[in-house]
Design a protein around this ligand. Structure first.
Ligand code: SAM
Length: 292
């Protein structure tokens, strides 16, 4: 086991604590977004997904991620770095009998409830920081990070840790929103949406996809592929206003109060939609790479 040293700045520490609170309190709300507890956006595919059935698109994102992991018939140890309720892990375990899945999250709620959903399956969720895990080096065949590295501001430490725990020839697949240009160059509207999005979803910052490519290369990853899938993701982003309205109406009809974290989450979803409208500033990407 290695010693843990994370050089947190005050800002990242504050952001991390807020993020943990946010997920402990607001994870339950995602049931409204996805009955399978997918805590990400979807991937639209003609003839495979239904524009009006969000979960078909959310699960298609899982399919697309798995496809890029290039899983063979041999035993495959998979790690989900920022696994939420383990929806992608469950998807992998249901579709690949040779997969053993590990997930890490910092939310106690997700560890408890996510593991209940994994009962009887070959998977486990552990409370660990994906920037500095206790796993041995060279221990995983596959690593995924879906909309999770943004919470640490697309920090190079997250990529370094993924590289360390992957076996040689292991695959890393990241799906996330990235900036298309440096945040200093965003237009006023873009800057506003970006700041509000980060604030409400506890994202330290977003990086550009160019930055990620450079860092992956520096770390020694090969076969780096950057795919702009913004138009595939857009239909599920357009579900946001309907999902928000439905969620609020349900609370009103049941005479329930909206928690502070739930309200934060709803506002965050709205700013995600607003950011998405700035097509020249933001994009949604799948980034895949192999460890040499
Ligand atoms: C938007 S959710 C995505 C969950 C999951 N990947 C999915 O698509 O359903 C972000 C996840 O990242 C996790 N996370 C954020 N920062 C983390 C960190 N430093 N270490 C471990 N998990 C982290 C959160 O706890 C949460 O589970």
């Amino acid at each position: 086991m290695k010693t843990r040293t994370i050089p947190y700045t005050n800002y990242s520490e504050k952001n991390r604590l807020e993020m943990v609170d946010f997920y402990n309190e607001a994870t339950e709300d995602y049931k409204f977004w996805s009955k399978d507890f997918n805590m990400h956006f979807g991937y639209f595919s003609w003839f495979k997904t239904n524009l009006f059935r969000r979960d078909t698109m959310l699960n298609e994102m899982n399919t697309q991620i798995m496809k890029r992991l290039q899983i063979k018939n041999t035993k495959n140890r998979l790690i989900d770095l920022g696994c939420g309720m383990g929806a992608t892990m469950r998807y992998a375990l249901n579709n690949f009998k040779n997969v053993i899945a590990y997930g890490v999250t910092l939310s106690d709620f997700q560890v408890k409830k996510g593991n209940e959903l994994l009962k009887g399956k070959n998977g486990i969720i552990i409370k660990e920081n994906y920037n500095n895990t206790f796993f041995q080096s060279n221990s995983f065949d596959s690593a995924i990070a879906i909309e999770s590295f943004c919470h640490s501001g697309h920090n190079v430490n997250s990529l370094k840790e993924a590289h360390r725990i992957l076996k040689p020839k292991g695959r890393l697949v990241i799906a996330d929103a990235f900036l298309k240009k440096n945040h200093n160059n965003l237009c006023c509207g873009g800057k506003f949406a970006y700041q509000k999005l980060c604030e409400h979803w506890s994202l330290e910052k977003l990086e550009t996809h160019h930055y990620i490519k450079d860092k992956l290369e520096e770390l020694g990853f090969t076969n780096i592929k950057i795919e702009d899938i913004s138009y595939r993701v857009a239909p599920s982003v357009l579900h946001v206003p309907f999902a928000i309205s439905g969620f609020i109406l349900k609370k009103i009809f049941r005479f329930k109060n909206l928690k502070r974290e739930s309200l934060h989450n709803l506002k965050g979803s709205f700013y995600a939609l607003l950011s998405g409208l700035h097509l020249k500033s933001f994009g949604y990407y799948i980034i895949s790479a192999s460890k040499q």
